[in-house]
Write a protein that binds this ligand. Structure first.
Ligand SMILES: [Zn+2]
Length: 103
């Protein structure tokens, strides 16, 4: 996965296009990420023992194709590249070529 938890991303497609947020969860199986307050939907939850039922707003996973990484170095919307550094694969920004660290 090119994206990691804590990355700042911009939504580039769908109803929340243009919004920014931090990746909260990465789902490699479906190539999607969860960003709080983005792609929200209402879920009706039945009450169970000890738990109140009702309507909940939950973020729905977004496909990675619908988000773009915001580089923490140059603050631009960018693509993620990879390079080898001391036998470890590190992520680099395709615009400023700097390594992408999660702040
Ligand atoms: Zn950059």
């Amino acid at each position: 996965m090119k994206l990691k938890v804590g990355d700042t991303v911009k939504i580039v497609a769908g109803k929340d296009k243009g919004r920014e947020g931090k990746v909260e969860m990465v789902l490699p199986k479906t190539s999607s990420v969860v960003v709080p307050e983005v792609n929200m939907y209402k879920k009706h939850v039945k009450g169970q023992q000890g738990q109140k039922g009702g309507m909940y707003d939950l973020p729905r996973p977004l496909n990675v194709a619908k988000v773009a990484l915001i580089c923490p170095n140059c603050k631009k919307q960018t693509r993620v590249g990879f390079k080898m550094e001391k036998d470890a694969k590190v992520r680099v920004c395709s615009k400023c070529k700097k390594q992408i660290w999660i702040v």
